[in-house]
Design a protein around this ligand. Structure first.
Ligand code: COA
Length: 376
């Protein structure tokens, strides 16, 4: 029988600190009042537009988000700072992003019954990398004592499914036996906490997945067979972050301006991405002769509750139940590539042998990815 690629274990690192909508809105509104007071004359003269307050009720209604985990709460909630604050680390110390990635990876390794040295390929797949090079993946490879090779990849919120396909291809081609995928997302560092439309969107978290060839599995009954993966991209400026190495060279541009953070046209994203994800999932299932109703669980990207409800309806032709399409964004907010994997981590224990599930991520690019899993 031909070789199979198995998602044998998943790991999660959740930061210790948490911010509720009320706490976030209090800081935002404090900033708004200060701004409006400071510019009162210009606002009265019609030269400056007064800023409007944010509200917890809006955030929960528009997104489904109630709170988020963050790596630094005090900086985000300080109206004079309004971003996470991290002490700089020496080049010889483990970097922050590698640290949370290693924590998630250790969880996955323990669950797979493996040591770091059993891994021969490491992928770090994130929306944002802490630096250009050396690769975060090589740092994590060394920190865990993995062999083989490692590299970084970035497909924004879809990074996890794109990495899953890369890992599966590597295992099936024989270029690796055991692949560690890390999604270490420090989303609060690219979020503009002074922008009313989006200041509530993101949280921080790291996930890890181990993809193995079935002929090296420690426990034959563990994890999921990866039945198939499917990826799609199409260029769009509706989710964009202009941060990059050319910023300091671009004449007449401010390297710290707001477009060097996350910027989106949320309505357009909503309208364009939901139908595309629905079509993508239906086409992927059809390729494998699977009816949507045969799928026990959809671990969808966690950006917006209504988006997930729409996608569920489009795929199933009716509302998905909370068990069929679990929501974790109420507690985690959007954790970019980690979101669908957190849903998988927290909502798979009840599945039985042969049960089918689908991971689906979507986001900037645009990008959409899916992986069909079968419980072993
Ligand atoms: N507090 C109170 N009111 C707010 C607000 C806030 N923080 N932010 C916006 N509003 C107001 C707007 O001013 C607008 O008022 P108006 O109707 O009087 O003009 C109203 O709320 C609706 O704003 P809108 O931006 O249209 O909200 P929305 O329903 O589209 O929800 C998002 C905004 C961002 C939650 C939603 O568009 C979304 O989630 N989009 C997809 C995001 C996504 O998946 N991104 C991918 C990232 S990887």
């Amino acid at each position: 029988m031909s070789k199979r690629a198995v998602l044998s274990a998943i790991g999660l690192h959740t930061p210790a600190e948490r911010i509720s909508n009320d706490e976030l809105v209090a800081t935002f509104n404090d900033y708004v009042h200060r701004f409006n007071d400071q510019h009162a004359q210009a606002i009265a003269a019609g030269e400056v537009t007064a800023l409007a307050e944010s509200s917890s009720a809006f955030i929960e209604k528009a997104s489904g988000i109630k709170s988020r985990y963050v790596l630094n709460k005090s900086g985000i909630l300080d109206p004079n700072i309004m971003h996470p604050v991290f002490p700089a680390r020496d080049n010889d110390a483990l970097s922050l992003q590698a640290e949370i990635g290693v924590a998630a990876a250790r969880d996955a390794l323990t669950r797979a019954g493996l040591q770091g040295s059993d891994i021969d390929m490491v992928l770090v797949a994130n929306s944002n990398m802490q630096r250009a090079y050396p690769a975060m993946a090589v740092e994590i490879q060394t920190a865990l004592g993995c062999s083989g090779f490692a590299f970084d990849m970035n497909v924004a919120c879809s990074s996890a499914t794109f990495a899953l396909q890369t890992a599966r291809d590597a295992v099936l081609s024989g270029s690796a036996k055991r692949v560690l995928i890390v999604n270490a997302e420090i989303c609060t560092a690219h979020l503009n906490f002074r922008e009313r439309d989006s200041h509530f969107i993101f949280g921080d978290a790291a996930t890890a997945m181990i993809v193995e060839s079935d002929d090296v599995l420690v426990n034959m009954h563990q994890g999921f067979n990866i039945i198939g993966t499917k990826l799609w991209t199409q260029f769009s400026n509706n989710i964009r972050n202009n941060f990059g190495f050319l910023n300091r060279c671009e004449i007449d541009d401010d390297p710290l301006s707001n477009d060097k953070l996350f910027v989106q046209q949320g309505r357009k994203v909503f309208k364009e991405v939901c139908p595309a994800v629905g079509e993508h999932l239906l086409a992927h299932l059809q390729q494998h002769h699977i009816e949507p109703t045969q799928v026990k669980r959809f671990w969808l990207h966690q950006a917006n509750r209504t988006m997930n409800e729409l996608i569920g309806r489009r795929v199933l032709g009716r509302d998905a139940t909370a068990e069929e399409a679990p929501i974790i964004l109420d507690r985690y907010a959007n954790t970019s590539s980690a979101g669908s994997i957190i849903a998988l981590y927290l909502h798979h224990a009840d599945l039985g042998q042969g049960d089918l599930g689908v991971i689906s991520s979507f986001g900037a690019g645009y990008s959409i990815g899916s992986a069909i899993l079968e419980k072993r």
